[in-house]
Design a protein around this ligand. Sequence first.
Ligand SMILES: CC(C)=CCC/C(C)=C/COP(=O)(O)O
Length: 295
Amino acid sequence: MPSPRRTIEGRPLGSSGGSSVPGSPAHGASGGRFEFQSLLSCRPGTDSACARLRASDSPVHRRGSFPLASSGPAQAAPTLPPEEDRMNLNPSFLGIALRSLLAIDLWLSKKLGVCAGESSAWGSVRPLMKLLEISGHGIPWLLGTLYCMLRSDSWAGREVLMNLLFALLLDLLLVAVIKGLVRRRRPAHNQMDMFFTVSVDKYSFPSGHATRAALVSRFILKHLVLAIPLRVLVVLWAFVLGLSRVMLGRHNVTDVAFGFFLGYMLYSIVDYCWLSPHNVPVLFVLWNHQVTPSH
Ligand SMILES: CC(C)=CCC/C(C)=C/COP(=O)(O)O
């Protein structure tokens, strides 16, 4: 006797679902599509992805092409779900991946937060970490750049410092906008005792110190002629500053990782929009009048 043809879920064709319960281990094992079945077997309202799949206007139900979901004649055809229906299910996998990444992120950040308080495992090095924090803070970088720019006696130096100032301001603006949009809270173990913060700094994504560290170190490496040991020191400073954000409990690992990425990319933007007497002459002419008044 010929064996009955099977659908992609491993159910004999022609059965209306009574003998094989979608989502049951036997059913899942035979079809090897647990991801579909677990979504279809959950109760309506218990999961939004499930609710979406069960909705009467779901393309899967409407077309009747998904054998488990329909009881009409279309059930007899061993058809795969249309391409776009399979795509509809992808967000749940993406969601699981993102949730797993988030869980690892929180776990790792808590583990690495060894300087989060005076009584933490590495509480004694907290003052050193806070010193590092000031080395990457926006205020010293802005004031330092402005001061050097005004004191510079070469036009080439002024041009570079003007672009660094532009980069630092752009970085502050971009980080503030992203923090305001994402609104990710700082880790629960963080003590909010930072030097000079603004309102968006109650949020942690992305790390402003990490963006600045990546941006500034790339800027320095490109525009300052430094001996190799100093170049290594610059990279090391950026890396340790990023790590210290997690150790202080200020940030999760992903805040710092994204911060590094953003700062790195931001430098490319600044380099692309480089301000010079050729593309923004007005800026330099105005400054020329300010610095060397003719009357
Ligand atoms: C308002 C100015 C000029 C700088 C703020 C600098 C600051 C406090 C950034 C926050 O950094 P994290 O996001 O790494 O904690």
